[in-house]
Design a protein around this ligand. Structure first.
Ligand code: FE2
Ligand code: FE2
Length: 129
């Protein structure tokens, strides 16, 4: 699979948030490479751990914005963030107990997050600002 390239479609026009979304592109590219080279789940753990701390700080930044501008759709949005974190925690545990490579699953999970969350939900709050 080709590596992802950032494009304007993903741009929200909020410097900090766009920068953070670009970091997620970087993590997805690491997973595309990990899949290509059939990395073991143990080797994946450092990526999963970074993803978890990335998500915690990025979601925290978005949720702080919601408070600042009084976003009415915040509850629904925050439920998606919480589910994402739960999934990443679950993947981290799976990496420690199963042998079947998790990199392709993680990559696909994040690719669908890009289109279902960043391109739709994050754009919704941007428009509401
Ligand atoms: Fe986001
Ligand atoms: Fe979000």
């Amino acid at each position: 699979m080709a590596l992802l390239k950032w494009n304007q479609e993903y741009e929200l026009g909020l410097e900090t948030i766009d920068k953070q979304h670009k970091q997620l592109f970087g993590i997805i590219n690491e997973l595309i490479i990990a899949t290509e080279y059939t990395r073991t789940n143990t080797e994946l753990l450092s990526i999963v751990e970074r993803l978890e701390s990335y998500a915690t700080s990025h979601f925290g930044a978005e949720e702080k914005l919601f408070t600042q501008f009084g976003f009415t759709g915040r509850n629904e949005h925050e439920v998606e963030h919480a589910k994402f974190i739960d999934t990443v925690k679950y993947i981290r545990k799976q990496c420690k107990i199963i042998d079947a490579p998790m990199a392709p699953k993680m990559r696909d999970f994040l690719l669908s997050w890009l289109s279902h969350h960043i391109l739709t939900k994050d754009k919704e709050y941007r428009q509401a600002m």
